[in-house]
Design a protein around this ligand. Structure first.
Ligand code: SAM
Length: 287
């Protein structure tokens, strides 16, 4: 692929800023311009879109997003060496790249959107794997719903991607699948070989797109999480047993939700968990 911009090659950026990858920061960089362009394209047309990028590192994906016409990129990076490297990109794209130096787990995008022009907000990122699930759970737990973003396009380890999109009756189906399936439509778009990264991680990665549902089945998120925590905490046990950790007899709840007492967590579809959460909320209110 020919250069997408007139900035220095990423390898030179890494060398000049002594950006040798650190495992503790989940640093596996993408230097292949075809791949960063493909991830940017997976986010759909970006004209008029504000992109939130977590962990831009040396800026390969950031540059692809800007070259793909994102109106602006707000990028959160914890590594001061990378923050310095990103200043060059910010200078090349005046007013379109804002770099926030800090921890993505403490970052609330909404506090940075007040002064940006109206338009869709999208999260597109090659996430640090050590905090990827925690970040996703935060984005899926946003209140009120629908959230401030219109899509999440995120790179995960393949095994985590499979848990996000898993269907009932499969071994990957768990708490994350229920939360993601309840609030979004999630899809694995493509896999990325470990050899595409510097340094290569031990596992294959996948890019996942999650599109928020406008109106998920109504239930209280906290109560739904209580139910899935109890059910999947002992996933091989029958629900009449595993749900005892909720502190009340689960049998009337299961009966009212139309679920067999002998069923196991991994066999219950999202709608079943929602029904259970509604019954539990009602029982709590009544006691
Ligand atoms: N986006 C770059 C790419 O694709 O080449 C780098 C991706 S690398 C997998 C993850 C990036 O997240 C690193 O740049 C790392 O420094 C950054 N990072 C790690 N933990 C972070 C945190 N808590 N908050 C913000 N950034 C973090």
């Amino acid at each position: 692929m020919t250069a997408i911009d007139d900035l220095p090659p990423l390898r030179e950026v890494i060398r000049r800023h002594a950006l040798s990858p650190r495992k503790s920061l989940g640093q596996n960089f993408l230097l292949d311009l075809n791949l960063t362009a493909r991830i940017a394209r997976a986010g759909g047309p970006l004209a008029g879109v504000t992109v939130i990028e977590i962990g831009p590192g040396p800026g390969g994906l950031t540059r692809a997003l800007l070259a793909a016409n994102a109106a602006r990129v707000i990028a959160v990076e914890r590594d001061a060496r990378a923050v310095a490297a990103l200043a060059e990109i910010a200078a090349r794209y005046p007013d379109r790249l804002r770099v926030i130096a800090g921890d993505a787990l403490e970052f609330d995008a909404r506090t940075h959107l007040g002064d940006v022009a109206p338009g869709p907000v999208r999260v597109i990122a090659n996430l640090p794997y050590n905090i990827a699930t925690a970040l996703l759970v935060r984005w899926l737990s946003v209140e009120p719903w629908p959230p401030w973003y219109d899509q999440l396009v995120l790179m995960f380890q393949r095994e985590v991607a499979e848990r996000i999109v898993a269907r009932p009756g499969t071994k990957s189906f768990g708490r994350l699948s229920v939360l993601a399936g309840w609030r979004t439509e999630a899809k694995i778009l493509f896999d990325v070989s470990a050899t595409a990264f510097v340094p290569p991680p031990k596992v294959t990665s996948s890019v996942v797109r999650l599109v928020p549902r406008a109106a998920p089945l109504a239930c209280d998120r906290g109560v739904l999480e209580d139910v899935t925590e109890a059910a999947f905490g002992q996933r091989r046990k029958m629900l009449r047993q595993s749900l005892r950790t909720l502190g009340r007899d689960p049998r009337p709840l299961l009966a009212a939700a139309g679920i067999a007492e002998t069923a196991r967590a991994e066999d219950i579809p999202v709608e079943g968990f929602v029904m259970l959460a509604r019954q539990l909320a009602a029982a709590r209110d009544a006691s």
